[in-house]
Design a protein around this ligand. Structure first.
Ligand code: SAM
Length: 316
């Protein structure tokens, strides 16, 4: 598919380029904020962590909200840290760390940048590389969310907010229950810019409020039960045989509030738009636009280098 046909097919892709965002994901965070207002001025965000941040469109949104729009706190008192396994091109006011969120050293580096202060807001748009093996992919995604949650519990202020991408798989209700032990309100939200055909959604966890005698730990070798021990976890029965046992008894089943956000006036990410559509009248330029930021380390980079040096040959 050519660049211009993708511009028409996916209006968020096009809009991101027009508005200077590195990825269309920026609108997912913006639409979540339209509903929950967690980035609005009244929160005076001073310490924020963007986990799994590359190429950086969420960091761009956060930087605009914290530094360009909110002016109550002096810029030198604010810190925005973006972490990803991949290198990221610089973004104004963002400290980027090329690191693994599952590694305890990453937590130490974030706390060091914050001068050991805690964060008001942590988000994670993390997604592991997919293998195509459905069960394995789901498992790895769950582990990544748990790692993001573990790190968050060590770095977030009481009453702080955590937002993370999830895939609404078979065991997702269990995650909602677990989060309910740590936050006052847990909502599953689907922004209009997230394709309706995808299982992707976001958990918005408001009011971090862990039990008083519970100690958070970042240790990927701990099981989920160990992580939540002392957190009234005994109310949840994790099934070791999903066929035979329900994951928890019906009376304890927790179904999170579900909310669609972004408003009906915003583009539908599953629709195809055409240039003669009224909706496209707002586009300033009908020509296709170049990406805002070229990938820093794309998987095809090595192949291009080999091709340029004539070394990409196929054995006959
Ligand atoms: N929010 C980003 C944006 O708006 O530009 C897009 C994030 S992208 C969908 C998912 C990212 O998760 C990838 O860049 C990937 O490198 C990162 N990731 C996956 N596992 C990670 C880990 N263990 N530690 C840090 N980053 C990780």
């Amino acid at each position: 598919m050519g660049k211009s046909s993708k511009d028409k097919r996916d209006l968020y892709y096009r809009k991101a380029k027009e508005e200077g965002f590195r990825a269309r994901s920026a609108y997912k965070l913006l639409q979540l904020n339209e509903e929950f207002h967690f980035l609005d001025d009244e929160h005076n965000l001073t310490k924020v962590v963007d986990l799994c941040a590359a190429p950086g469109s969420w960091s761009q949104v956060l930087s605009r909200k914290m530094f360009a729009e909110a002016r109550d706190v002096a810029p030198e008192d604010k810190k925005l840290v973006a972490v990803d396994l991949q290198p990221m091109s610089p973004i104004d006011n963002v400290t980027t760390l090329q690191a693994d969120i599952t590694h305890p050293k990453t937590l130490a580096r974030i706390l060091d940048i914050f001068g050991n202060e805690k964060a008001d807001f942590v988000c994670s748009d993390g997604a592991p590389d997919v293998t195509g093996l459905h069960d394995l992919d789901e498992y790895v995604q769950q582990q990544l969310i748990m790692s993001a949650l573990q790190l968050t519990t060590c770095v977030l202020k009481p009453r702080g907010t955590f937002v993370a991408k999830i895939f609404r798989g078979r065991d997702i209700d269990m995650l909602y229950s677990q989060l309910g032990y740590l936050f006052d309100r847990v909502v599953c939200a689907k922004p209009r810019s997230s394709r309706g055909t995808s299982l992707e959604a976001f958990i918005v966890c408001l009011g971090y409020n862990p039990p008083a005698d519970w100690e958070p730990h970042l240790d990927v070798n701990r099981s989920i039960e160990e992580f939540f021990s002392g957190c009234a976890m005994s109310r949840l029965q994790i099934a070791d045989d999903a066929e035979r046992l329900p994951a928890w008894t019906d009376g304890q089943r927790s179904i999170a509030e579900f909310m669609s956000c972004g408003g009906l006036q915003s583009f539908d990410s599953d629709a195809t738009y055409h240039y003669d559509d009224e909706v496209l009248a707002s586009l300033s330029d009908k020509a296709s636009l170049d990406p805002v930021q070229s990938p820093t380390n794309p998987p095809y980079k090595k192949a291009l280098e080999l091709k340029r040096s004539g070394k990409l040959t196929r054995a006959v």
